[in-house]
Design a protein. Structure first.
Length: 186
């Protein structure tokens, strides 16, 4: 059964990946690069400081930095444990894919999907009472994660599990943050 699921995963990736076109390739290369999302991160940090002040907002920003570090390291641990080849390195399908980049690390689970979802959901939980449009930040992980399929460097299961884990961790992390915040700021 697992083999059947993994084969469907590969088929879905080949289909989705081949929807791309050279005309859109430069856009997706920009989207997949974390550096180009810096204005979003700066905006979030600004909104946090504006909403909660330097002391409490600084704690929130520190917690965001810690969550990104934790998420990145956890994802690397999972990747090294499962050792699933990336699609661009999978001899069964790599010739069927449009690949624009060629990472060599393992595929399962997507760090882009996990960390971006973790960040976006955590940010939404922190700021939902202050900004009713903060939910738009959830578009970030959706677009960011899809870029990995477009580029042929992750399978849909890698992305889906990353989104689920990122959401779970954000909720757990938010509950921990609330306990620390209550002790420090009453």
């Amino acid at each position: 059964m697992l083999e059947s699921i993994l084969n469907k995963d590969k088929e879905l990736l080949v289909y989705l990946n081949n929807l791309g076109s050279e005309q859109w390739d430069p856009l997706w290369l920009v989207i997949t690069n974390q550096l180009y999302w810096a204005p979003l991160f700066i905006l979030v940090f600004y909104l946090v400081i504006k909403s909660f002040g330097w002391k409490q907002g600084g704690l929130m920003i520190l917690s965001m930095i810690l969550l990104v570090t934790f998420s990145d390291q956890f994802t690397n641990f999972i990747k090294d444990s499962f050792e699933r080849l990336r699609p661009n390195n999978d001899p069964e399908i790599k010739h069927l894919l449009r690949t624009l980049i060629n990472p060599q690390s393992y595929s399962f689970m997507s760090g882009h999907a996990t960390t971006s979802t973790f960040f976006a959901v955590y940010t939404t939980l922190l700021l939902k009472e202050k900004y009713n449009k903060i939910y738009l930040i959830l578009l970030f992980p959706a677009i960011f994660a899809y870029s990995r399929l477009y580029l042929g460097v992750h399978f849909p299961i890698d992305i889906s599990v990353g989104i689920l884990v990122g959401t779970l961790f954000a909720n757990i992390y938010y509950q921990l943050y609330l306990k620390v915040d209550k002790k420090l700021f009453g």
